[in-house]
Design a binder for this molecule. Structure first.
Ligand SMILES: C[S@@+](CC[C@H](N)C(=O)[O-])C[C@H]1O[C@@H](n2cnc3c(N)ncnc32)[C@H](O)[C@@H]1O
Length: 296
């Protein structure tokens, strides 16, 4: 089945290129609030965040930390609201997110990104469905949020649990999606019994293909193909359109191409384009690709 794929170099807080209710599935992973590697990008997209970081240097107040965290989630929420507009009734949104731990002003704490996103998506009108915990390859337990446990790591009570799971949050817009009886596209998209038994469980133990991923993919925290592949097959049928408003290296586009789905991806960082092109280069020739650069 020939499919169409659009890569839009622009900010997904506004998606004027997409009509209301034109998308059946969103698969995405945004920048993670309060993870240091994303600080610069949050400040670039929302300059209020840069101002607040400067204020924190001067005032060191706990309230300012909260304001920064709120502003980061409000920045993401603009995209969640736009995703709600473009998703069709019965459409599904899958958001991969990790919580963050960080020491600010000498205080170590958890920033529970997954619960903030659930709140924002609920406020937007989405219905929250049971989510998946992606168990990442084990990282060594940490002590006081820093290096590995040292000798005193055997003594209670001041050590912390290491975050070794990420969340794949799942939401639906509106009512259950309906199909005509014996709909061909739906039956052709059926998964096997083994796939169903493995995929529709809450804990996914996926190691990813770390040795195969490039340095840039690691820098932007690309998710493994397997994550996008499972979600695409679980929550869409052939011929549907899959949206990724935080496209990164183009994993979602590549997997849509392999699975006879159309796709639309948004990415603000134009320097990722060569990587995206390389990633999708080998996919079926029946895929029509357009790259659109926004003029704002
Ligand atoms: C965690 S990475 C996505 C990784 C992706 N899942 C992959 O497999 O490569 C998040 C991406 O979102 C982009 N981004 C951040 N804010 C954006 C926005 N408002 N609109 C479009 N892209 C954005 C970043 O430049 C980054 O490449």
């Amino acid at each position: 089945m020939p499919t169409e794929h659009k890569i839009i170099l622009g900010n997904s807080q506004q998606m004027p290129e997409l009509a209301d209710s034109s998308i059946q599935l969103m698969v995405t992973s945004p920048p993670y609030p309060m993870i240091k590697m994303w600080d610069t990008q949050f400040s670039a997209i929302n300059p209020q965040i840069a101002t607040l970081w400067h204020a924190l240097e001067a005032d060191g107040r706990e309230e300012t930390v909260t304001q920064i965290y709120d502003a980061m989630h409000e920045t993401l929420a603009k995209t969640w609201r736009e995703a709600f507009r473009v998703l069709a009734d019965g459409g599904i949104a899958c958001i991969n997110i990790g919580d963050a731990t960080r020491t600010i002003n000498g205080k170590f704490r958890l920033f529970p990104n997954h619960s903030r996103i659930i709140e924002h998506c609920e406020n937007t009108g989405f219905t929250t469905l049971p989510y998946i915990l992606w168990k990442k390859p084990t990282t060594k337990p940490k002590y006081k949020g820093k290096g590995a446990f040292l000798g005193s790591g055997f003594l209670p009570p001041n050590a912390y649990v290491t975050l070794d799971c990420e969340f794949i949050l799942i939401f639906r817009k509106g009512k259950l999606r309906r199909f005509p009886p014996h709909d061909k596209r739906r039956y052709e998209s059926a998964f096997t019994k083994n796939q169903r038994d493995e995929w529709f469980t809450q804990i996914w133990d996926i190691t990813g293909t770390r040795q195969k991923t490039s340095q840039i993919e690691r820098r932007i925290a690309a998710f493994p193909d397997e994550i996008a592949d499972r979600l695409t097959k679980m929550f869409s049928v052939k011929g549907d359109t899959v949206l990724d408003p935080f496209l990164g290296s183009g994993t979602t586009t590549k997997i849509a191409m392999q699975n006879e789905r159309n796709s639309v991806g948004y990415e603000t960082d134009e320097s990722l384009l060569p990587l995206i092109k390389k990633k999708i280069n080998l996919e079926p020739t029946a895929c029509k690709l357009s790259i659109i650069k926004r003029e704002n």
